[in-house]
Design a protein around this ligand. Sequence first.
Ligand code: ATP
Length: 430
Amino acid sequence: MNLSEKLESILTAESMALIRLIRTEAERFDFPLYLVGGSVRDLLLGRAINDFDLTVEGDAAQLAEAVLRKYAGKVVFHARFGTATWTLDETTFKRLNIPLLGVSGFPPFLDFISARSETYSQPGALPTVKRSTIDDDLLRRDFTINTMAVRLDGRYWGQLHDPLGGQADLNRKWIRILHSRSFVDDPTRMLRAVRYAARFGFEIEPGTLDLINEEAGDVLAGLSGERLRHELDLMFEERDSSTLLHRLAELDLLKPIHISLHHANFQLPFLEILSGEFGEFTIPDIMTFKRTLGWILWLMPLSEFDVDMISKRLDFPALLTKSTRAASTLLNALPSFIAWRPSQWTFYLEDLPSMSVYAVYLMRKEPALRDYLVSWRKIKPTITGDLLKKRGLEPGPKYAEILRQLRAAWLDGDVMNEKEEKQLLEKLIQ
Ligand code: ATP
């Protein structure tokens, strides 16, 4: 099957219609238009293409504006990178004659990118960007398998542009960098190499592996917390995150980020967790919070002190700091709670993020944690504040205390029905 047939067989009719319209506009400006990077790699591997990386040799903003004028929607320009994001709306679909119902993930969007070159003023710095040719654009990339482009305009439709041997490395199953300073320019590429290798079952090419060394590690150590966290977040989007994190430790890639991260040792099979028993969580919950759950599971065996250090180093958002810390505290303190009554568990656990409780349950399988998640936290007294008011009680802090005691009685089985609850209320009032 040649590439143009492959494109037609992998892309949905809607995607093909979109590509055709963009290609027509690009031809008007005489801009060579390419599908590049990960989308070409996935196309050649016969994998689904999640997002199109569309690159023009020319002004991407001008192209996006023209498409917007004809097909409506919304365009956001990102001047620093010479890119524009076009979000399609209902009018777009009407004008394209595509039934809205057939399109998943509405409103979809597309990135238009001007081919560019990048230079690094110093190791680890963000690059300086300049508009350039497709060849320069491919040269700035991370690995050979990501440096292929398929031309989409005019008579060039379906032509593969592969100046750096990407297809050969795909066949060899190799992750290979483009030049020996690549990891020093941008050490996050070392993390990306491990991620791609795990995802596709590829090897890191021996010369590339040699360059995962101390020099690049030192530059990695100097990167900002946010940049590193973003790269580590992506590990939890992969199928087998736990193996991936072990591999990072094996290659000494976690030490330069934080020494405790190197020792954290992800202990649970993440993949099984995501596809196995979900406790009281539904699958969409888990998927939405996959990254949070991943971080909690990874860090919870560490001490609170270490978790705090890592959270500072990686500039965690407040909720992630709270969730990872809570799980570490709970896991360490668990043995001393074992004789607790359900009400004690519930009042304590209620102050913690439920994802932290869930993570500790996965690790220790303590039945009380499961009972809390599945039922205890939903148990409330039938008597409410309103009823206390009707009963003639003066509103005040007493209300909260009475309701708390009633709830504890329900939780601990000290009252079993509404009659007993009322009797207890009378006792409490007296
Ligand atoms: P994924 O399937 O994980 O989204 P992708 O290849 O589409 O993979 P992106 O992170 O979306 O990856 O990046 C798009 C393209 O930009 C990559 O294919 C790669 O060519 C290039 N790229 C991304 N990050 C870097 C980097 N740090 N250094 C060089 N090139 C990069």
